[in-house]
Design a binder for this molecule. Sequence first.
Ligand SMILES: Nc1ncnc2c1ncn2[C@@H]1O[C@H](COP(=O)(O)OP(=O)(O)OP(=O)(O)O)[C@@H](O)[C@H]1O
Ligand SMILES: [Mg+2]
Length: 357
Amino acid sequence: MASNLAYSISSTVRFFRSLPYEYRHIVLEQLTGPASSPILVIQLSFEDDAWLYVATTLPMAIDERNWLSADRLFVLFVALVTVLGVSFWVIRGVTRPLARLARAARQLGDDLEAVPLSERGPREVAASARAFNRMQERIRSQIKERERLFSAISHDLKTPITRLRLRAEMLDDAEQRERFCASLDELDTLVKGALASVRELDLDESWKIIDVRELLVSLAQDLKVQGGKVSVAGEAATLRVKPLSFKRCLANLLENAIFHGDRAAVTIRHGAESLDIVIRDHGPGIPDDQFQRVFAPFVRLEPSRSRNTGGSGLGLSIARHIAHAHGAALNLANHPSGGLVVTLHFPCRTVPCTSLR
Ligand SMILES: Nc1ncnc2c1ncn2[C@@H]1O[C@H](COP(=O)(O)OP(=O)(O)OP(=O)(O)O)[C@@H](O)[C@H]1O
Ligand SMILES: [Mg+2]
């Protein structure tokens, strides 16, 4: 063992001497310096007197006592801030157009005339925005075309109906004449209803802040003239609406409460999250399984009961269309002690409303 060590030392000395003179001080410094990197020396014997020496410095060993030094922390901090900053910038660049797309999709139902989306941004997002804009354009033109067609048909039907009525008046058979006229009256109501529905579904009007209570009180006064009893309770609150359409919606609901349900009691409820306009009447209500059906155009329940109102079955359909265009829900329920309860529910998150209390 001792002889091996002696041999190894003598070999190392020989190796040292064999180094070019100008490198010797580097090796010496490495061997003697206090915080120098360790040196790895590999010596392989080929023959008795022939050795291969390989010497290299190893990476600096981590000083266990000071591995979390201030400058290391600083470098880590700068790297972290840079990575976070760049990631935030990249993610924001991708998610912003996506958020715009989601907002536009939400608003599409309410406002078909909304400005088209910007088609810039990452390739996939730009393609989605382009597809969305094309879809919006197609829906808009189809709705316009449908309304134009509907108005044209309704309008063109009016002239032949009038002509037929004149001819019917000339019939000699009284019974035939009466039946003919009744059928024509029915057709006339349908045509008028169709025209009214096209007109009333046109919500091309600007938004305005109104006082809900004030509007309901003025509607109640108008209906009183027609013999309707309407009471208004609850606090005053403002709401951002399209005034004429919103008035039409409330009027349809109040007329239903009066004509199908005797009298209307309206309550305005303004909570932290929503504004509710609740209309209750004292009529027979609507069977639970018919709640969806009565919203369909031209649907009237028990025609014998509601014939005297002369309606066409469009009131609820129009009211719900207007409610949805305002971001509100229109719900029906039967009161436990009789009568229908109609609730217009405006979530304050989407519909700006404030209490005036
Ligand atoms: N408050 C109510 N109480 C009982 N039934 C109701 C009430 N409101 C609506 N209905 C039923 O729902 C049907 C549809 O109502 P909707 O308002 O759409 O049409 P309408 O009142 O018959 O005619 P109009 O087009 O003039 O409003 C009514 O015919 C009626 O049968
Ligand atoms: Mg009605």
